[in-house]
Design a protein around this ligand. Structure first.
Ligand code: GLU
Length: 447
């Protein structure tokens, strides 16, 4: 182990894992790994009222989904005995005291443990923000525990970081105001200071802090998991919020990020979380998935709606991918029937076959017949969009493009909007496209 580096990821199970916290976890993870150090995972559940089992489960699931492997996990609540020892010591040394409180409401406790603030000036060097200096007088004698068995956040964090040998505290800038209190406590228990790095805040596009209250479910990782995003895309995008490699490279694998991440290049200014950009990353990572993985995933989605062969799935996957950025979008479009034309014979009203409502029955029959004849002459192996287009073009130009191509397209897709008829014909193949044109002809002939 180089320099015995130990980082930690200590989320509180008081809500679903925040997407910003994902970045904090990643940076701690990268930094530990690149230094052959340790990465400690700690559930900070000192707030008994707000901590919930379901949120803890969400945090565990998220770690697994992201693929972050940790060297040990602890729950702060299980360490109350250790915290108590430190509280007793602080009390015995006169560095903390039991304070009698005026109960503000009936039933409120009348005793808490307060830290005896030495009222010094604290200066620390932050890896990202440089030197930070704070006069701690304003912090007064702050409360560190409700009782010997009920430590509060600051005490628990300081004791745990010290006992676990944490060398680097890498966390969100929203914690910077906690640092002076924690340094005071650390000095009181005789601990050595870790290196601090406070990461820039993450803002929404409206430049307000990305918060659950304002931005709802979009702030939690769970939302993106449910929307079918890939972990590699979330990891890639979140890593680049607040840090850039100084090159043009945007797409990184996990392994590449571990190598490339450089904590000294983390910026001071806030970063903006942009969902469209995240979608772009997701699409890029989808393109890089091995074909079998992609097809397996598409198979799950497609077969939840249609009965189709593996061959068709393979064949149609690229068409679907072109229109979507996440598996969630693929699922939604497929469920809405957007790709019906790929998987079943189209169902449409005859009216739709008429270009711009020109109801020339005879002409429509004549044109469909001609299209069938032209397409029928193309060899099966040449049945490709460019050749199909070439074959139809002259006729379409002489007869009127809309007049010929519109009903051809409708016959193939049954939809008002779809890819052009050449693309469709190739996709469906010669046999299926002729079958659909014949059935359009039949529909019109019997009308
Ligand atoms: N439990 C704190 C949180 O979830 C983290 C505290 C820290 O990193 O020191 O925000």
């Amino acid at each position: 182990m180089k320099n015995n580096i130990v980082t930690r990821f200590p989320p509180s199970p008081t809500g679903l894992l925040h997407i910003g916290n994902v970045r904090t976890g990643l940076y701690n993870y990268f930094f530990a790994l690149q230094n052959e150090g340790k990465f400690i995972f700690r559930i900070e559940d000192t707030d008994k009222e707000r901590s919930k089992k379901e949120y803890e489960e969400d945090i565990f699931k998220s770690m697994e989904w992201l693929g972050l492997k940790y060297d040990g996990v602890t729950r702060q609540s299980e360490r109350a005995g250790i915290h108590k020892k430190y509280l007793e010591k602080l009390l015995a040394e006169g560095k903390a005291y039991i304070s009698k409180e005026e109960p503000k409401e009936e039933g409120q406790r009348t005793e808490v443990i307060r830290f005896k603030n030495p009222n010094t000036n604290i200066t620390f060097t932050d890896l990202i923000r440089g030197e930070v200096s704070i006069d701690t007088t304003d912090l007064k004698d702050f409360v560190i525990a409700k009782s010997l068995d009920e430590p509060l956040y600051h005490l628990a964090v300081v004791v745990d970081d010290f006992e676990m040998g944490i060398t680097h505290v890498i966390r969100g800038e929203d914690h910077i105001s906690n640092t002076p209190r924690q340094i005071l406590l650390l000095e009181a228990i005789g601990g050595s200071r870790p290196v601090y790095a406070h990461l820039p805040l993450i803002f929404a596009e409206d430049r307000s802090k990305l918060s659950k209250r304002k931005h709802g479910e979009r702030v939690s990782l769970k939302h993106y998991i449910e929307q079918g995003y890939l972990p590699e895309a979330i990891i890639n995008y979140m890593s680049l919020l607040g840090w850039n490699p100084g090159t043009d490279q945007e797409i990184f694998t996990f392994e590449e990020l571990i190598k490339a991440f450089d904590i000294s290049k983390v910026q001071k200014g806030g970063a903006i979380f942009n969902e469209e950009k995240l979608k772009w990353f997701n699409k890029e990572h989808m393109k890089r998935l091995p074909a079998e993985v992609l097809e397996q995933k598409m198979k799950e989605i497609i077969t939840s709606v249609y009965k189709v062969s593996d061959n068709d799935i393979k064949h149609f996957t690229p068409v679907i991918l072109e229109r979507i950025s996440t598996f969630g979008e693929a699922r939604a479009l497929i469920q809405q029937g957007e790709f019906d034309y790929l998987f079943k014979s189209p169902d449409y009203s005859i009216e739709l076959l008429y270009w711009k409502g020109q109801k020339d029955h005879e002409a429509l029959i004549r044109r469909l017949n001609e299209v069938i004849k032209i397409l029928g002459r193309i060899d099966e192996k040449d049945y490709k969009q460019a050749i199909i287009k070439d074959a139809l073009w002259e006729y379409a130009t002489s007869e009127g493009r809309g007049e010929v191509l519109w009903p051809t397209r409708v016959a193939l897709s049954g939809k008002e909007k779809s890819p052009d008829p050449f693309v469709l014909a190739e996709l469906l193949g010669k046999e299926e496209s002729l079958k659909r044109l014949h059935s359009a002809l039949e529909k019109v002939s019997h009308a």
